[in-house]
Design a protein around this ligand. Structure first.
Ligand code: FAD
Ligand code: NAD
Length: 465
């Protein structure tokens, strides 16, 4: 056993939650150690947000080249497009390396010590880390749990061989001829679309009666249509029974009980992720839970004093920007500042083609909350910029209180709408009313003009409709 290290703040997990907490704590002069068993940057930078968006971009570029080779309304001529997926993979890995090296540099700059190795919790103030140099014990005043999440397994079809998770799907050795995706949620549809654009035959098996069940049907309908156009087959209200005896097809039970065999060279299992709460001594703390997740209050405190938790380990929504915001707040609380985690909205983006973005309350959520709201949407078919981008599908929708016009939610579906999320969140955090957005000059020609037009339409006088 090496000399025991002592610190004020000890963070387990170097993902977006943990590393942001560490940087902020370091900036505030809090002695901080962060422990990471794999790579700094966590799921998001290494095997999540960033590599998936790199593949989405590459697959989109390849698809465009293929379309232009076939027929181009723009007059561009492309001959025999092909993609070297090994080179794409190397490009993606390059981005990941640059970002994870950047995180290490930022930790260093903030004066944070990074200990590499898997941590085991001994008690609420002591952790033992298995490092390459041997066991390292660390004692702390504040313990921050930021160990993230892991793919949910399906008992009838365990991971292994041709059944893969998003991690393997993001580093393919080759693109399979036939991919069956189990789960029509974020991962299944983002990566299912990538594989389809790269040439695989893709089927998606979803238990619910529609894809992306966490979004409302008006938002998901353009995505469903686009999946159909791409040739992705959807099997809704369907149950996966497992692989067939030969192991080369997925047995699927449809709504009526009939069984279908879906031939598969690979199966991407994407039925959700679960908080990583087992196997590293956390059980011994007997922290209160909310289902599988650690229960936290508005300051990310767990049920044990000076033990904090942030990010995916605390459950839904499992989003990187939520983890980061919580991490920043906990660092400030440990440094003695007064903070509370009460955002007006945590935006969510699904990077399908078209993309979906939501912030705040949708029409049905507003109703459930007892609010009488105006709901107004502006279609991209009436937006000049969308036309010049060859994409006029989708819309921006605003939800605002009828009595005082306070905006309570924004939603959009369409190509490139992820970039509207900042405007949506800012308007909600700043308590904007319809008149504020309607009276703001939006640059022309931009997709953002649809935001202003949705607000104008809610007030009864859209200009371009
Ligand atoms: P993580 O990022 O999971 O980090 C936890 C870290 O803790 C890991 O590095 C792990 O190695 C380490 N760790 C765990 N246990 C120990 C231990 N005992 N000792 C030492 N280290 C330990 N979110 C978005 O907002 N936008 C997206 O576009 C998006 N895309 C995604 C795409 C995919 C394919 C996936 C899988 C996820 C995606 N997410 C996205 C979700 C996002 O990655 C997570 O919400 C985010 O990474 C959670 O951050 P975290 O810090 O809580 O945990
Ligand atoms: P998800 O919750 O988004 O989707 C899972 C889907 O699987 C759901 O539609 C669910 O109904 C379905 N399902 C569950 N059990 C099933 C079964 N037995 N058979 C068929 N379908 C089944 O989960 P995910 O796609 O695995 O992603 C995990 C998490 O990662 C997400 O919740 C999200 O927080 C995060 N993520 C975010 C982004 C993003 O922000 N763009 C991208 C990827 C992942």
């Amino acid at each position: 056993m090496r000399e025991i290290l002592s610190t004020t703040l000890l963070i387990i997990g170097g993902g977006p939650g943990g590393y942001v907490a560490a940087i902020r704590a370091g900036q505030l002069g809090v002695p901080t150690i962060i422990v990471e068993g794999s790579q700094p940057g966590g799921t998001c930078l290494n095997i999540g947000c960033i590599p998936s968006k790199a593949w989405i971009h590459a697959a989109g570029e390849y698809e465009r080249a293929c379309q232009q080779a076939h027929v181009s309304t723009l007059g561009i001529s492309v001959q025999h497009p092909s993609i070297d997926s090994a080179q794409t993979l190397a490009w993606k890995d390059g981005i990941v390396s640059r970002l994870t090296a950047g995180v290490e540099a930022l930790l260093k700059k903030a004066g944070v010590r990074l200990v590499r190795g898997w941590a085991r919790v001994l008690d609420g103030k002591t952790v033992e880390v298995k490092t390459d140099e041997g066991a390292q014990r660390i004692q702390c005043e504040h313990l921050l749990l930021a160990a993230g999440s892991e793919p949910m397994p399906l008992p009838s079809m365990p991971f292994g061989d041709r059944v893969i998770s998003s991690t393997e799907a993001l580093s393919p050795r080759q693109i399979p001829k036939r991919l069956v995706v189990v789960g029509g949620g974020y991962i299944g549809l983002e990566l299912g679309t990538v594989y389809r654009k790269l040439g695989a035959e893709v089927s998606v098996v979803e238990a619910q009666d529609r894809i992306l069940p966490s979004y409302d049907a008006d938002l998901t309908q353009p995505v469903s249509k686009a999946l159909g156009r791409m040739g992705i087959t959807l099997h809704l209200k369907s149950k996966v029974l497992g692989l067939n005896a030969a192991g080369d097809a997925v047995r699927v039970q449809g709504e009526t009980g009939t069984e279908t065999l879906l031939p598969a060279d690979q199966v991407l299992l994407a039925i959700g992720r679960r908080p990583r709460t087992q196997g590293w001594g956390l059980e011994s703390l007997q922290l209160s839970r909310s289902g599988n997740a650690l229960r936290i209050d508005e300051q990310c405190r767990t049920s044990m004093r000076n033990v904090w938790a942030i990010g995916d380990i605390t459950g839904e929504p499992m989003l990187a920007h939520r983890a980061m915001a919580q991490g920043e707040m906990v660092a400030e609380l440990v440094a003695g500042r007064k903070r509370r985690f009460t955002p007006a909205a945590i935006p969510a983006v699904c990077f399908t083609d078209p993309e979906i973005v939501t912030a705040g309350l949708g029409p049905s959520h507003a109703k459930e909350a007892g609010l009488d709201c105006i709901v107004s949407q502006f279609p991209f078919s009436a937006n000049g910029r969308a036309m010049t981008l060859e994409s006029n599908e989708g819309f921006v929708r605003v939800v605002a209180r009828r009595d005082n016009h306070l905006i309570v939610g924004w939603q959009a579906v369409g190509r490139g709408v992820s970039e509207l999320s900042a405007a949506f969140s800012q308007s909600l955090e700043m308590g904007a009313r319809l008149e504020d957005v309607a009276g703001t000059i939006h640059a022309h020609p931009t997709l953002g003009e649809a935001i202003q037009e949705a607000a104008l339409r809610a007030l009864g006088h859209a200009l371009h409709l």
